[in-house]
Design a protein around this ligand. Structure first.
Ligand SMILES: Nc1ncnc2c1ncn2[C@@H]1O[C@H](COP(=O)(O)OP(=O)(O)OP(=O)(O)O)[C@@H](O)[C@H]1O
Length: 724
């Protein structure tokens, strides 16, 4: 295939770096020579506002908390919490808080996850980021002062409040059955010492024990199920938001990091729901009820117990911030590890071809070791907090035994009362552990929520996710116009369009030519409204693209990107991706016109052949033809082809050129082209350079009127065409 000569320009560092090989695949693909042209006008750094990109902030922490209460003494809350905490401590260590970046919220001002069903942000619910045009400012506001993690959690919990309430109630009833047990035990002992029958007390005790077990198991199941539902709500809500993100927002993120937030971070909500919300509620209530019951038995012993608990609470209060700090660092390290891994796996061939495996391995291992170090530190403080609570109960038990023994000796209380009180001390262990666990787990969950919110603060596109119906067969072709469009990719970026203007009437083929970095692909991005023009207007059918319902605008367009991305899945899934209702006949026709029918016939599974991640099992040219067929199947009113045939051999390219020429008779076709053959047959050619339109005309007109076009035609295009 042909090699294009591309210019490196001193006035456009981005373009220069791309040409020199530092700027991505396009810069180097098929290119062997660069040409410096110093007289171009430097882009102005105009301070007018641009679309905010919602920068991500450093990754937030994760924390692991030990399961709190012993299953024998705890209610369903603690039992439900145990697996949740285990998941946190074990499985969740795999959460890749990839990139260190992040930044965003979600959840509306009241902490609601947008969309009651959790399936996504409901329009009008005001899910944090402003929609559409105003998404940027909305995203910037409150970037650091969104609703508290607790409010956000309550928002996710709201749709499941009935189930959660039932679980909590079961948990409380279980606790109550446990609390009644010492009283029955006291009666049993008293009856024994006074030679009264004990059968009733024994039956009652058995019923209480059995009831405790059954209700405990049921409550545990209900709570665990509810916690999973909370995770589901958060996941649906977050993934819906991810799919709505503006391209400009995604430009500034690490996909691996976003992935980890939607999977691992949301998982942490499970433990948070059970341990923090329910644990604190039921644990706190059970603790209070136990203390009240203890007060009924003996106030002096209660005072002794409270003294010991107060001491332990002070020590734990000093430990908790250390857990939080260590966990934050551990999470950041896991994030670094994820970022490096994603980089490696995303370009494994390049890593191998560059012999960089060892270097990358060292980077991944260093991050993993950092994470290990901090996790161990966090585990140390967590263990200390848990043990402090446990130790305090043992101290309380011994102290109560000593003080209580003395009181029995002085006939201040009965033996039965002492035994009952000691049983209460024993029962106190579970709620205290629950409360301690709730506090530590809150730190973990709060970090996860803050990472989820960071994503939800990124600007999203307006409207619903549903696609609009595709144009009917024979629908009128679209007209396109740019009116003095200025555009830059971000406030810190240089302008890439400096007042671009051109008009494309319905039907026919319009080719965009110009040196690398001239802004040709950007034209297509603005038509698709992946970005909004900073100033000026982009019109489709005479209507500003910002006034179009986005889904309707895009349904009118077929777009073949420069890289012709193919998604993992089967060939058929890829072909009908943009038009899922495509019939077999239309599919066969598209295969024929894009000359894919031969490939399908060769493949053992035909259209149902799996093409691999990013279509790695297809050749570059096959991928391009799949992308073209996919666009054609949408019956677009406007077809955008961005160097769509650059990887095709001469025979396929000629065939596709004929197909496109045929399509252009009924549809408006815009094509970014580098082959002279494509350009000469175009109805009009727009010559661009450094973000400006230099000339518009036919090949013959431009050869005479545009020095740049003449230069391109006699060097790059001719060279390309000759080689092709
Ligand atoms: N997402 C982005 N963020 C920031 N800058 C970008 C982004 N995409 C493109 N650019 C920059 O915008 C300028 C125009 O890019 P564009 O892709 O439109 O050029 P092009 O004319 O299509 O080039 P080529 O022929 O090499 O594909 C380039 O300098 C490029 O580096």
């Amino acid at each position: 295939m042909g090699c294009r000569v591309r210019r490196a320009r001193a006035d456009n560092p981005q373009a220069t770096s791309r040409v020199q090989g530092g700027g991505g695949p396009r810069a180097t693909r098929g290119c062997q020579a660069t040409e410096r042209k110093g007289e171009r006008v430097p882009p102005k750094t105009d301070p007018s506002p641009a679309e905010p990109t919602g920068p991500l902030r450093p990754a937030e922490p994760r924390e692991d908390a030990e399961p709190a209460a012993s299953p024998t003494t705890a209610g369903p809350t603690a039992r439900a919490a145990a697996p949740a905490a285990r998941a946190t401590a074990a499985g969740d260590t795999g959460r890749t808080a990839a990139a260190e970046g992040a930044g965003a919220a979600g959840i509306d001002g009241a902490g609601r996850p947008a969309g009651e069903d959790g399936a996504g942000p409901a329009p009008g619910e005001g899910a944090g980021p402003a929609h559409g045009e105003g998404a940027g400012p909305g995203a910037e506001e409150g970037a650091g002062d969104g609703p508290s993690p607790l409010r956000v959690l309550l928002g996710y919990v709201r749709p499941h409040r009935a189930a959660l309430f039932s679980g909590a109630l079961l948990s409380l009833v279980t606790g109550a059955t446990g609390l009644a047990l010492p009283l029955v035990a006291r009666r049993l002992i008293d009856n024994l010492s006074e030679d009264r029958p004990i059968a009733t007390a024994l039956v009652l005790m058995s019923l209480l024990v059995a009831g405790n077990a059954v209700l405990g198991a049921l409550g545990g199941y209900v709570l665990q199920r509810t916690a999973e539902s909370v995770v589901l709500t958060a996941r649906k809500s977050l993934t819906s938001w991810l799919l709505r993100l503006r391209i400009s927002a995604v430009d500034g993120t690490e996909p691996g990091d976003l992935l980890s937030r939607a999977t691992s971070d949301t998982t942490l909500l499970r433990a948070m729901t059970v341990q923090t919300l329910i644990g604190f509620g039921t644990g706190g209530l059970t603790l209070l009820a136990t203390l009240v019951m203890m007060g009924f038995v003996d106030l002096v012993l209660l005072a002794v117990t409270l003294g010991v608990i107060g001491l332990a609470a002070t020590v734990i209060g000093l430990i908790v911030p250390r857990i939080s700090k260590a966990s934050k660092r551990a999470q950041q390290s896991v994030g670094r590890m994820g970022a490096v891994l994603e980089r490696v796996l995303g370009a494994l061939r390049t890593v191998k071809a560059s012999g960089a495996e060892r270097r990358e391995e060292r980077a991944v291992h260093a991050a993993a070791e950092d994470s290990w170090r901090e996790s161990v530190r966090s585990a140390k403080w967590s263990a200390l907090a848990g043990n402090t609570a446990g130790l305090s109960m043992q101290v309380a038990f011994i102290t109560v035994l000593a003080v209580g023994g003395a009181r029995v000796a002085t006939d201040s209380i009965e033996v039965g009362s002492l035994v009952a009180f000691l049983l209460y001390v024993f029962y106190l262990m579970a709620p205290i552990q629950q409360v301690v666990s709730a506090v530590t787990q809150y730190q973990v969950g709060a970090a996860a929520i803050s990472r989820i919110q960071e994503v939800r603060r990124l600007p999203a596109e307006p409207g619903a996710l549903d696609a609009a119906p595709l144009p009917e067969a024979g629908a009128a072709p679209a007209a396109v116009a740019f009116l003095d469009v200025r555009f830059r990719y971000g406030p810190e970026q240089p302008y890439v369009h400096h007042g671009v203007s051109f008009t494309v009437p319905p039907r026919g083929m319009t080719a965009f030519v110009g040196p690398s970095g001239a802004g040709k692909t950007t034209v297509f991005s603005l038509v698709e409204r992946f970005y909004d023009a900073t100033s000026g207007r982009v019109l489709v059918d005479g209507r500003d693209v910002r006034d179009w319902p986005l889904a309707e605008l895009r349904s009118a367009i077929g777009y073949v990107e420069q890289d012709a991305p193919v998604l993992s899945g089967t060939l058929r899934e890829n072909l009908v991706f943009g038009a899922p209702d495509t019939g077999e006949e239309a599919l066969a026709e598209a295969l024929r016109t894009t000359r894919l029918d031969g490939l399908v016939a060769r493949l053992p599974e035909g259209l149902d052949t799996v093409v691999g991640h990013r279509g790695t099992k297809l050749s570059g040219g096959e991928r391009q033809r799949v992308a073209i067929a996919r666009a054609l199947l949408r019956r677009p009113r406007l077809l955008l082809l961005d160097e769509a045939t650059s990887q095709l051999d001469a025979v396929n390219e000629a065939a596709l050129r004929e197909t496109v020429a045929e399509v252009a008779r009924e549809t408006t076709v815009l094509v970014v082209a580098h082959r002279l053959s494509t350009v000469t047959s175009a109805d009009r050619i727009v010559v661009m350079d450094t973000g400006r339109v230099l000339a518009v005309g036919t090949h013959a007109e431009l050869l005479a009127a545009s020095p740049l076009y003449a230069e391109l035609a006699t060097t790059q295009f001719l060279a390309t065409a000759d080689l092709a």
